[in-house]
Design a protein around this ligand. Structure first.
Ligand code: NAP
Ligand code: F7E
Length: 336
């Protein structure tokens, strides 16, 4: 069988790194976009996959670029001719999007339409996965499924709504195989340090080691549906192998509060969360998304995909990973 070629935007992020591993394991030639930075530290999640450009038979190709540069996107897609494109690039932090609304709209919203136009301009036959988000649902009560209306509550959510409908529009207008995965929160030891799960598990590791005493959180009543990122990237792939382009909810279907997550994470090392969590209003948002719980029935029935790791096991495995990382000498500085 000829080698299949995939392009991943956001390959240096949590999901991009797991997806690259998964596709390389399937024998794909993988191309990824890496943003130019003054240091190469931004590639730490994929450093173990790096292949020297002088190696023969290499399978991983990294391209310096940016999803805000339309010319770059057209040239790259024309040159690489990927059969599958995974658009994971985003300014993905909801709280940060309130401070950087214009930038977030440009990267997370317009980035998608730049990519869709680049596909159209290059005239290639490809399939495209768009990383959608449960943030689209905002204040609509759970459980949320593919027919639930949107009410985004942040510049990030609004940008993802634009990206979602752009993807649907290009599918309907140009017969492009383009699909939205409406993913609920998914986490891992590679999760960015300022998202709440990782912030908690890093703090548990440091408090357990006697390096600090407290972690400061915002709204601990928020309900989320937390799954395990390496499982979710396999769903992205299944969606591009389907007979028909269709949007799906990706979720575990199991709710928990931030307080629940903290309680289990601290209990895992024999600590009482109430003695180590303090509330700091600076971590609250101008508009909160109070409760998200997905109904993943459609993807289970249609593609046979199911999330197996639930939030409490996830909390424990993330704590174990952060303790191991600290013991290995990594500097887990306290998270702002
Ligand atoms: P992440 O860790 O924040 O990774 C985001 C990726 O996008 C990084 O590789 C980042 O590069 C890249 N990026 C940012 N701005 C870019 C730009 N202007 N041009 C090119 N690349 C750019 O996010 P994630 O958790 O892996 O999530 C992947 C995607 O799924 C995102 O679109 C996110 O919004 C969406 N999503 C995530 C979740 C979740 O729970 N994880 C749920 C729903 C949807 P740097 O490494 O250089 O910053
Ligand atoms: O917040 C509350 C916060 O920042 C979860 C992104 O991947 O998932 C993610 O967005 C909840 C919120 O993730 C703190 O108010 C309390 O209710 O971990 P988070 P998020 O906002 O749900 C969606 C699906 C995406 O698409 C996004 O890209 O936790 N919370 N205290 C806190 N949150 C943070 N970050 N920090 C706190 O101290």
């Amino acid at each position: 069988m000829p080698t299949r070629t995939a392009l991943i935007t956001g390959i240096t992020g949590q999901d991009g790194s797991y997806l690259a591993e998964f596709l390389l394991g399937k024998g794909y030639e993988v191309h990824g976009i890496v943003r130019r930075s003054s240091q190469i530290a931004s590639t730490t999640r994929i450093d173990h996959l790096y292949q020297d450009p002088h190696e023969s038979n290499r399978k991983l190709y990294l391209h310096h670029g940016d999803i805000t540069d339309a010319g770059f996107m057209v040239n790259l897609i024309r040159d690489v001719q990927p059969q599958e494109i995974y658009n994971l690039a985003a300014q993905s932090h909801v709280r940060v999007s309130f401070d950087l609304p214009d930038y977030t709209a440009n990267v997370t919203g317009l980035g998608t339409i730049r990519l869709l136009e680049a596909v159209r301009a290059s005239g290639i036959d490809t399939r495209l996965y768009q990383a959608g988000s449960s943030e689209l649902f905002g204040t609509i009560e759970p459980p949320q499924d593919e027919n639930t209306p949107f009410h985004p509550r942040s510049p990030y959510g609004v940008a993802k709504a634009f990206a979602h409908w752009s993807t649907v529009n290009y599918r309907e207008s140009y017969d492009l195989f383009a699909v939205n995965g409406i993913a609920f929160n998914h986490e891992s030891p590679r999760r960015g340090e300022t998202f709440v799960t990782r912030k908690i598990t890093r703090a548990v590791a440091r408090i357990h080691a006697g390096l600090e005493q407290f972690v400061y959180l915002g709204n601990v009543d928020a309900v989320r549906d937390w799954g395990y990122a390496p499982e979710y990237v396999t769903a992205f792939w299944h969606m591009l192998q389907a007979d028909e382009p269709r949007d799906y909810i990706l979720a575990t279907g199991v709710p928990a509060t931030v307080r629940d997550f903290a309680e289990v994470a601290f209990r895992h090392v024999g600590l009482d969360w109430r003695e180590h969590v303090q509330i700091d209003k600076r971590y609250e948002r101008p508009a909160e998304v109070p409760a998200l719980t997905g109904d993943p029935s459609r993807i289970k029935a249609g593609l046979g995909w199911e999330a197996t790791t639930k939030w409490d096991d996830l909390a424990r495995l993330m704590v174990d990973a952060d303790i191991a990382s600290l013991q290995a000498g990594n500097d887990l500085r306290s998270t702002p």
